[in-house]
Design a protein around this ligand. Structure first.
Ligand code: ATR
Length: 264
């Protein structure tokens, strides 16, 4: 039986085992997928278990997506530029790190059916997932990407790899067509971004990377303004789908049943 694992800290909230095990059943794949809370000092040993055939693949989540990089033999182009790895597999006796968050974000954004041409995107946050979002948006050739982060220097640092982004002060709210919350503000129901959304027309998209809770205050604000809103659920599902395809060479199905199953 093949064995897969997602590592992170915290990890209790992760729905990855539920999703991958569901797809194993549906596709008659003899494998199991677990989650493990680890400390940074344990990364090397766990990653080496893939080389020793004790594990067949790993997903990596917050806060270790960069920390795993020194223990891998090769990185995909996407992982190199974003310095972020969420999926690890063996290929030709080499440990490869890949980033499926990019494709996950891209596919989820497509699903919103929001027109991207000539659009300005305002991203809140500069944490682990933001390079993947910027990478996807640049690939999609949006007009402008603006970043705001409480710790401004972290947003400025993103310019090293993404020279075309614009950085504004935390609390500023520039003109935008799509606003993306990539901060952890919203995980608690009382969290508020404290931005001024007065005089916003309803032609905007509010996208929250958070999917639990389903509707953050940020998305509620967007809804009240009459804007389109979208949470991080589909991004989560699509990043898992891309990892599943890499590991099993099978395209798993995403349908209403699966989405309800994850909600239950
Ligand atoms: P990391 O920053 O370690 O990569 P993350 O969960 O990927 O962690 O990112 C958390 C994001 O939420 C960061 O952009 C963080 O802003 P800082 O860089 O200033 O820490 C943001 N964030 C978390 N709590 C916040 C708060 N109370 N107000 C504003 N932004 C917050």
């Amino acid at each position: 039986m093949k064995k897969y694992l997602v590592i992170g800290n915290p990890i209790e909230h992760s729905l990855s085992p539920k999703l991958h095990n569901y797809w194993f059943k549906k596709n008659n794949i003899n494998a199991s997928y677990d989650k493990k809370k680890i400390e940074k000092s344990e990364i090397q040993e766990i990653v080496s278990e893939i080389k020793n055939n004790k594990l067949d693949g790993l997903n990596v989540t917050v806060p270790f997506k960069s920390d795993v990089i020194p223990f891998l033999d090769e990185l995909s182009e996407e992982s190199k530029i974003t310095q972020s790895v969420n999926t690890i597999y063996m290929h030709d006796k080499k440990l490869i790190g890949h980033n499926t968050d990019i494709k996950g974000f891209e596919l989820s954004l497509k699903e919103t059916q929001f027109e991207l041409k000539n659009k300005s995107i305002f991203i809140l946050g500069a944490g682990g997932v933001v390079p993947s979002i910027i990478y996807a948006l640049e690939k999609l050739k949006v007009l402008k990407i603006i970043i705001s982060n409480r710790t401004k220097q972290k947003a400025e640092n993103l310019k090293r790899n993404f020279s075309k982004i614009n950085v504004v002060d935390w609390g500023d709210r520039p003109e935008f067509d799509i606003i993306i919350n990539a901060t952890s503000l919203g995980l608690s129901n009382e969290d508020n971004l404290g931005l001024n959304f007065k005089n916003i027309n309803k032609e905007k998209l509010f996208y929250d990377v958070i999917y639990n809770p389903k509707e953050t205050n940020f998305l509620r604000t967007g809804k009240k303004l009459g804007c389109k809103v979208f949470n991080g659920k589909m991004m989560f599902i699509y990043q898992a789908l891309e990892a599943f395809k890499l590991w099993h060479k099978v395209q798993p199905e995403i349908n209403e049943d699966l989405i309800n199953f994850l909600d239950a």
